[in-house]
Design a protein around this ligand. Structure first.
Ligand code: NAP
Length: 380
């Protein structure tokens, strides 16, 4: 396992971090709960083998993740890791909620302090709201009174909002972004990662396997991987892409089985910053192209077509359809499309008025695609 300095904080961190959003579960009283014995065994085994960063959050596993992480970190394990949890911004309705939630989380984790406390899933609206609540004062006060060592934020929006978030506070100790070889130009993207690096804000990566999708590639991508002389698995290629960046302190993997923990420990033993050759980079770029070639609708989600006079959520429909095809996962498309239909935002409302096509910079035949997609959904 490679260890790297955590930015300029003066301590090191393992390149592989344990993300506790996808712990093993079992069925109990007609609901899914964490399989606590197995989760604790996995987290402790990961730490015994060198993982020194653990990430959880208020909503993971319906609130149970923080409790189980707290249990896993008993018996001397707390001292071996950098521990992070996150303030659920959607639950902050007034300023005093921030203190109340932090105290509740410390209690659930049963620890006196956190190494990092992040504003969870920052986007434009939440950033506006948190600025109105003077989040900077709250974080600085929590550092002063010892409940947290360093503040940070996790992020889900576009590059411009990422820069606004970086600008909003001098005290950021880290930023957590979604980053993998398919998301190098979406959300904060590589540009955001580089900018954070320039400002001395270390990056923690989430969703390095796109939530697991990159571990199970469709046939055209799987063939490229099979036929490569390098003999790396799909998971290895995905991790090695992210691990190449010096700006990245640690890479979170949401491991759900002991086999995944073992596999990822083995993979990270062979990864280091700057470890990808130019040829490897070209290969990973080829994997990305192979995924993108499966996207039927070349929509860039610029949203010029919105709002639609009939309230058809065109970019979302195209995104769900494309993702279903890209990852060979029709169930994903069907589930999301059904949600839109339930809210009255699906393609069947299109009356072919042409307003969207007149606005589309890509000149997409939008009405035709909407009809095709709706028909495919209805065929089942
Ligand atoms: N702050 C936020 O807004 C936010 C959002 C997302 C995530 N996170 C954090 O970031 C962490 C990492 O994100 P993520 O969980 O989405 O990471 P990820 O690595 O992209 O996806 C995790 C999934 O990948 C699969 N996987 C992992 N290792 C594997 C292996 N060796 N072989 C095959 N499949 C493997 C598993 O899927 P299967 O279970 O399907 O096999 C696992 O559940 C989370 O756990 C959470 O702590 C934060």
């Amino acid at each position: 396992m490679q260890y790297v300095p955590f930015g300029r904080h003066g301590f090191q961190v393992s390149r592989l971090g344990f993300g506790c959003m996808r712990l093993p579960t079992k069925r109990q009283d007609e609901k899914d709960v964490i399989d606590r014995d197995e989760a604790i065994r996995m987290i402790r085994h990961g730490i015994d083998r060198g993982i020194s960063y653990v990430d959880t959050a208020y909503p993971y596993h319906s609130g149970e993740s923080e409790i189980v992480v707290g249990l896993a970190l008993k018996d001397g394990y707390r001292e071996k890791v950098t521990l992070t949890t996150k303030l659920p911004l959607w639950a902050v309705h007034e300023e005093k909620d921030m203190n109340r939630l932090l105290d509740e989380q410390l209690k659930k984790l049963d620890v006196p302090y956190l190494d990092f406390y992040l504003l969870h899933a920052v986007n434009k609206d939440r950033l506006d709201q948190m600025e109105a609540f003077h989040f900077q004062d709250f974080l600085l006060e929590a550092v002063r009174d010892g409940r947290i060592r360093r503040p940070g934020f996790s992020f889900h929006d576009d590059y411009d909002v990422f820069i606004r978030a970086l600008d909003a506070f001098d005290g950021w100790g880290m930023a957590q972004i979604q980053f993998n070889y398919l998301d190098d130009e979406t959300q904060a993207g590589e540009k955001g990662l580089r900018e954070a690096g320039k400002r001395g804000v270390p990056i923690v990566v989430m969703e390095p396997l796109r939530g697991g999708a990159l571990a199970n590639p469709p046939e055209n991508v799987a063939r490229l991987i099979r036929e490569s002389p390098k003999k790396r698995s799909a998971v290895e290629w995905a991790f090695s892409y992210v691990a190449d960046y010096a700006e990245v302190a640690t890479i979170l993997s949401g491991m759900s089985t002991m086999e995944q923990v073992e596999d990822n420990l083995r993979i990270f033993d062979g990864l280091k910053v700057g470890g990808l050759s130019e040829e490897d980079k070209k290969f990973v770029h080829g994997l990305k192209e192979a995924y993108l070639s499966r996207m039927p609708v070349k929509c860039t989600a610029c949203r010029y077509c919105q709002p639609c006079p009939q309230d058809v959520h065109i970019p979302e429909i195209f995104s769900f359809y494309n993702r279903g095809k890209m990852f060979d996962n029709p169930g994903f498309f069907r589930g999301r499309y059904q949600d839109l239909a339930n809210q009255g935002f699906d393609a069947s409302r299109c009356v072919r008025c042409g307003a969207c096509e007149a606005a589309c910079p890509q000149n997409l035949p939008i009405a035709e695609w909407l009809q095709t997609i709706d028909a495919e959904f209805k065929r089942g």
